[in-house]
Structure formats: structure tokens, C-alpha cells
Design a protein around this ligand. Structure first.
Ligand SMILES: NC(=O)c1ccc[n+]([C@@H]2O[C@H](COP(=O)([O-])OP(=O)(O)OC[C@H]3O[C@@H](n4cnc5c(N)ncnc54)[C@H](OP(=O)(O)O)[C@@H]3O)[C@@H](O)[C@H]2O)c1
Length: 335
């Protein structure tokens, strides 16, 4: 069957999406960004992946977050995105803010992971080929490498910008001291660190507790939250057991063991708070992050257009009363 030519919604910037300035920079990012870690690999149905990407763009989501090894198999999410670029998004390239990363396990041997110049440079070249792109908007060091001199990793980011292969750079999951070093090193070379990408959700508050959010703000770096729904735990997905098509059932990064009786109790209690607010649990979990203007955007994952639509509703109400926040904190600390 020939695919109909994609024509994006002409009111995509009037559909309610809000954009936040990314630290001290010229870049505005949508409050909701779409991540391609799961559900865009070669094990997934292309039609569904494409439908989600199209729907996202139609709703004003301009930021798509990728990494070299997203799939499975490794590289296949970038290939899927590359196909979508070729088939439909290419005319809109300048409206899109596309990221990729390198840092985790990608190919065998000593040059296929961590933070060496060899790995980062060659990985980005591969990513550009897979995605059918000349450049990415932001390239991240995906994780801090304790064994490679940080100067080597950071100088590579500087050089990648100088080569025009990425417009901006960012860091992900860096410990606070390494982030401080990175912000300074890059700034001294006139390359601003645009984004810090960290795991942040109601169940995992490390960026807040460890001062990563504040540090990013002081540096003029935006903070973008990944796994804002705790991979699906902070949704209605597991309220009544483990659905066959869920991330837990598929067996991957989210293990069955994560759904303890204690966690289920919290999910149910949080779901009640969400209902009282007139939101689904997913909507409330995203709104809870977006209530803080130190959070530039949340990168959601989704396995269907319906989930994506639900998540988009979250931006309609990101205000919480002191009582609601207190209740959420109490639930989170329940044993
Ligand atoms: N920098 C890093 O190291 C790093 C690490 C992880 C992720 N990330 C980025 O962050 C992105 C998001 O991570 P994530 O996928 O873990 O995010 P998430 O938003 O916490 O979880 C996504 C999962 O939650 C479920 N879900 C989403 N919306 C739902 C809704 N409205 N109702 C019910 N269930 C819903 C779906 O699970 P089912 O599949 O079960 O339907 C979906 O796959 C990734 O794609 C990636 O771009 C970055």
C-alpha cells in the first residue's frame, strides 16, 4: 500500500502546546517532548511509530529525543526516525529539534561505549546516517565516564559543535561535580551547555534532592526530565495487574520486581489524588513536574497515540494546592 503523503495539522502551533525557554538560550522547547527509547525499534510496528510521531508534531511537539542505542535492536529507533524523516518530516526539518546521544553500550569492542573521542565522533556519524540528517540539534554525552578524562569527552562535544554536526550539546545523568566541571569547560570554549537530561518523577526526586536542578538553573542550562512516568508506573497501566502488552510484561528495563505491594499502594493512592484533580494519574504526574519552572520539558514515552493524547492533557493544569503537594509527598513516603 502506498503511504498517503503526510500533511501536518496547519494549526499545530495553536493546539494548546506551551513552549518554555531553555535556560539562558534562544531555544524554546515544548513542555512535552517525545522520547523514542521504546516503541520505535525494529521489533515494533512502523505504522504505530509513525502515527505517534505524526500525532506529536500535529500537536506542537517539536522535540524528539533519541540515542544511538534506542530500539531494540540498537540503532533501530534512529532508523525508524530516519524513515519518518524521509517519508514525511523532511520538509519540516527546520521546525524540529532532534537530539541524539552516545555513552551507553552500542557496538562490541573497546570503542563502542563510554566517553572517548573515538566513540562519540564515530557514533554521531552513524546516528546522522541512520536518521537521514546532516546535523542534530543537540548531541549529549549520555553518561559520565569515570575512566576517560572529562576534558577528552567535553572537547569532543566542543569539536562536534565546531564541525556543525550538532547545534548544541548537553549532558545526561552526570554527577553534580562532573556537571559543574562540564558547564565551566564548555563555557570557556564558548559552547554553552544547553540541557541537562536527568531522571525525575514523583518516585525519583534526585535532581531536586542533589541540587542538580538548581545548579542547571544557575548555569543557564535547561533541565529536561526523562522517565517522567517512572516508565509507566505513574499511570493507570498497573492498577489492576500487569497487562500483556505493557513494558513490564515485555520484560526489559522495567522489571516485575519494581511493582511491589508498597509501590502499588502508592500508585493507587496517587491515582485518587489525580481523580480529585480531574486528571488521570499520568496527567498529574507530568503536571507535578511542570509545576516547577526549572523543568524546561518532560520527555515522555508512549506506546500508542491514545497515551500520547492523554499526556498532552497534562499541560492544561500544572497548578497544585499546598494540600495536594503535601498529600503527594505523604503518599510517596509511605512504607
Ligand atoms: N538520558 C537517559 O539516560 C534516558 C534514560 C531513559 C529514557 N530517556 C528518554 O526519556 C524518554 C521517556 O522515557 P520513558 O519511556 O521511560 O518515559 P515514561 O513516560 O516514564 O514511560 C513511558 C511508558 O509509560 C506508559 N505510558 C505513557 N503514557 C501513558 C498514559 N497516558 N497512560 C498509561 N500508560 C502510559 C507506556 O508504557 P507501555 O509501554 O507499558 O504502554 C510508556 O511506554 C525515552 O524515550 C528517552 O528519550 C533518557
Amino acid at each position: 500500500m502506498i503511504n498517503p503523503i503526510y500533511s501536518p495539522d496547519s494549526s499545530r502551533y495553536d493546539n494548546g502546546m506551551k513552549y518554555r525557554r531553555c535556560g539562558r538560550s534562544g531555544i524554546l522547547l515544548p513542555e512535552i517532548s517525545l522520547g523514542l527509547w521504546h516503541n520505535f525499534g525494529d521489533v515494533n510496528t512502523f505504522a504505530n511509530s509513525q502515527a505517534m510521531a505524526h500525532h506529536a508534531f500535529d500537536k506542537g511537539i517539536t522535540h524528539f529525543d533519541l540515542a544511538n542505542n534506542y530500539g531494540p535492536s540498537y540503532g533501530s529507533a534512529e532508523e525508524t526516525f530516519g524513515m519518518i524523516m524521509k517519508k514525511s518530516f523532511m520538509p519540516y526539518r527546520d521546525e524540529l529539534f532532534i537530539s541524539t546521544k552516545a555513552g551507553h553500550d552500542m557496538w562490541p569492542g573497546p570503542y563502542g561505549e563510554w566517553g572517548s573521542r573515538k566513540y562519540l565522533m564515530t557514533s554521531l556519524n552513524q546516528s546522522l546516517r541512520r536518521m537521514n540528517l546532516d546535523y542534530v540539534d543537540i548531541f549529549y554525552s549520555h553518561r559520565y565516564d569515570p575512566d576517560t578524562p572529562l576534558e577528552e569527552t567535553l572537547q569532543t562535544l566542543v569539536d562536534i559543535v565546531r564541525q556543525g554536526k550538532a547545534l548544541y550539546v548537553g549532558i545526561s545523568k552526570y554527577p553534580k561535580a562532573a556537571a559543574e566541571f562540564a558547564y565551566r569547560y564548555l563555557a570557556e570554549r564558548d559552547v554553552h551547555c544547553l540541557l541537562y537530561q536527568g531522571r525525575y518523577n514523583i518516585f525519583n526526586r534526585e535532581p531536586e534532592e542533589e541540587g542538580i536542578l538548581q545548579q542547571a538553573k544557575e548555569n543557564g542550562t535547561g533541565f529536561i526530565a526523562f522517565s517522567p512516568l517512572a516508565q509507566g508506573l505513574l499511570t493507570n497501566r498497573y492498577l489492576n495487574g500487569i497487562p500483556d502488552d505493557s513494558r513490564i510484561a515485555k520484560g526489559g528495563f522495567l522489571k516485575k520486581e519494581a511493582l511491589t505491594d508498597e509501590t502499588l499502594k502508592k500508585i493507587k493512592a496517587l491515582n485518587e489524588v489525580a481523580t480529585q484533580r480531574g486528571q488521570t494519574l499520568a496527567e498529574m504526574a507530568l503536571a507535578w513536574l511542570l509545576k516547577d519552572d526549572m523543568v524546561t520539558s518532560v520527555i515522555i514515552g508512549a506506546s500508542s497515540v491514545a497515551q500520547l493524547d492523554d499526556n498532552l492533557q497534562s499541560i492544561k493544569n500544572t497548578k497544585f494546592t499546598a494540600e495536594e503537594l503535601e498529600k503527594i509527598n505523604q503518599i510517596d513516603s509511605l512504607k
